[in-house]
Design a protein around this ligand. Sequence first.
Ligand code: PMP
Length: 449
Amino acid sequence: VESDMSQVAAKTTSHLWNAMHRYNPDAQTMMAVSGKGSWFVDEKGKNYLDGVSGLWCLNLGYGREEIAEAAAAQMKQLSYFPLTMNHPPAVKLAGKISELLGGNYQTFFSNSGSEANETAFKIVRQYHNQTGNPGKYKIISRYRAYHGSTLGALSATAQANRRVKYDPSAPGFLHVYPPYSYRSIFGDNPEESDLKAAQMLEEMINWEGEETVAAFIMEPFISGGGVIIPSPKYLQRVAEICKKHNVLLIIDEVVSGYGRTGEMFGFMHSAGVKPDIVTMAKGLTSGYLPLGATSVKSEIYEAFKQEGKDSHLRHVSTYGGHPAACAVALKNIEIIEKENIVARVRELGRKKLGQLHGLADHKNVGEVRQAGFLLGIEMVADKATKQPVDEASVAAIVNACKEKGLIIGKNGDTVPGFNNVLILAPPLTSTEEDLDFIVDTVNAVIRGI
Ligand code: PMP
């Protein structure tokens, strides 16, 4: 079996174009052949703990049979039906999502996080058009944000490295200063600095003319841009600003949603905030099947149902809300609730992963940032100047963890060109032993440099 699988690996990589791949003839690309819980097995039979949940999506880990069975049962019952009409899993799931968001949301389904955001952008423009504000079309996001790979979502993504080769981006997308107190021109007092960053949004809306601004989109915690955890007051202030200027607030919960940060949704860390639109994917199905969702407050949806007028959303996705994907999402949410995953993440995030805050005294650790099971360790060459460590040093840490059987990520673009934030986002079902293994391995590797 081993040699068979090695041959498959060699053959596959010769015709497969890997995501984010930099050409390197000597590189060995990982190939997984099975997985259970937080662990997967490569083609040589070596076990790895997946400390980043695939691409931060395997909230319930690998190999949950109940989820596979839910997909199979749905495929046998009704293998496909378009959402230009209805099928039971989509109707039930839309109801469940509305309940989880606190009630009164209408959901449009797609297949991915990028599409969920694209859908939101079309909705906000049409909404303003149909409510007497046709000049409101600009969409503001933050530098360092990641909102997806398709051209609209990429235009809202504001990390230079991900975009420059594909510019020009779509017109009408603007970027504002992020709440990143570690490197902020507003100083390193998190709350003060983050509130000033929020104020930049209001300045921008004023300078652009509020009659031109349709929406503001943000991740509660910037993830791909280096795990940035602002003060809960930041989002509260942003929500006030958006409301004051009739700018719709889109919260991108693609990574933060479904328990990752110790609340069901990331925005729930900021009491009193009720987003106009919430986008989700990844943890919605724990990665078992592709599904994206754009959930819109009922008041906004009202503008799309004016009788006799051409007020409908002219938007469709063949596979969006596939019956099997919706059935999987329903089972996924059922398990998250039954197993009290959100409370578990809060508790074990503090008790286990939280031990990594101890690394803050290391000469190369600039800051350790955490929300539940989402953790970033910003590596610097010099603590005083905050000069990031070079790419090779970060790669060495990632590789040393991999040698020991732990997959961790790296990301950031904290200073253009520097991916100096180590990332941990393990499955939310990781056992206490799994979490000890993560903490011990990361501590040993970083202390060893
Ligand atoms: N938003 C955020 C916050 C993300 O992290 C991602 C993916 N990493 C996306 C959107 C895009 O999701 P997808 O890759 O499913 O299109």
